[in-house]
Design a protein around this ligand. Structure first.
Ligand code: HEM
Length: 229
């Protein structure tokens, strides 16, 4: 997800940068043409991983009312921050199951519909931004807590006395989560802004400035509608 966030946030460097990243994932620099099937295959692999993770993780979530009551009693008595984190894990996991599948389905079946205009139009004119806003918080919290719990469980950063530096791990976890939330909010804001500016031409595909410039040079009357970003 962190790699995904860096790729999607390429829009912050301008539409040309996001266009380049999109074409890279379609294999254009290698095959000399767009192969959107590559994106579908990646989406299918992520979806499979997602389902396996959800099915295995669900075994740990409370499955009956009695278990829920027992868990709530536990949370109240201990009120240990890590127990609350686990509860947040269950809630965000549930949200991810609902929302991430919709996003993955879109990417799996419409892999060629990614790009500066295509993504911005989907986010703004297609009204996907509320889903992305909730999904962003759910995935960054869930991923951050997950990595933190693994680090504690497997003692990744145990010091030479065998102690787990929990306080430092918690600080690192919140620093990472805050970084990716801020990056994600800026990115979503950028797609919404571009989508709003492009709302009257929604559906038109983005032409990178280099291609637009050379086309314009060959056809002086043609004018691209790239907005001033
Ligand atoms: C291979 C699978 C995936 C592909 C190809 C993909 C592609 C994209 C693209 C192109 C965008 C930009 C907006 C758009 O075009 O609609 C986006 C946004 C987003 N995706 Fe994915 N995605 C994938 C998997 C996931 C998964 C599994 C999650 C969460 C569990 C996720 C969470 C998000 C979020 C939160 C945003 C909004 C980012 C922001 O603007 O802050 N994506 N994704």
């Amino acid at each position: 997800m962190w790699v995904h966030m860096f790729m999607v946030s390429s829009i912050l460097l301008g539409p040309d940068a996001m266009y380049f990243v999109t074409r890279l994932f379609e294999g254009e620099p290698i095959f000399g043409r767009r192969v959107p099937l590559i994106v579908s295959l990646i989406a299918a692999a992520v979806l499979l991983l997602f389902v396996v993770h959800a099915v295995t993780a669900l075994r740990k979530a409370p499955a009956s009312f009695a278990e829920y009551r027992a868990m709530h009693g536990h949370v109240r008595v201990f009120s240990h921050p890590d127990t609350l984190l686990w509860l947040l894990q269950v809630v965000t996991g549930f949200v991810l199951m609902l929302l991430a599948v919709a996003h993955l389905y879109q990417m799996l079946l419409n892999p060629a519909d990614i790009g500066p205009y295509a993504s911005a139009d989907r986010v703004w004119s297609g009204r996907w931004w509320p889903l992305y806003l909730i999904l962003l918080f759910a995935v960054e919290l869930h991923g951050g807590i997950g990595v933190y719990r693994l680090a504690v469980k497997w003692g990744w950063f145990t010091d030479r006395h065998g102690r787990i530096p929990r306080k430092r791990l918690v600080r690192a976890k919140w620093a990472l989560t805050t970084f990716f939330l801020v990056l994600g909010l800026l990115t979503l804001g950028a797609y919404m802004k571009l989508g709003y500016e492009h709302r009257h031409d929604a559906g038109e595909r983005y032409v990178p400035s280099a291609a637009a410039a050379s086309h314009e040079a060959r056809h002086p009357t043609w004018k691209s509608s790239t907005p001033t970003y």
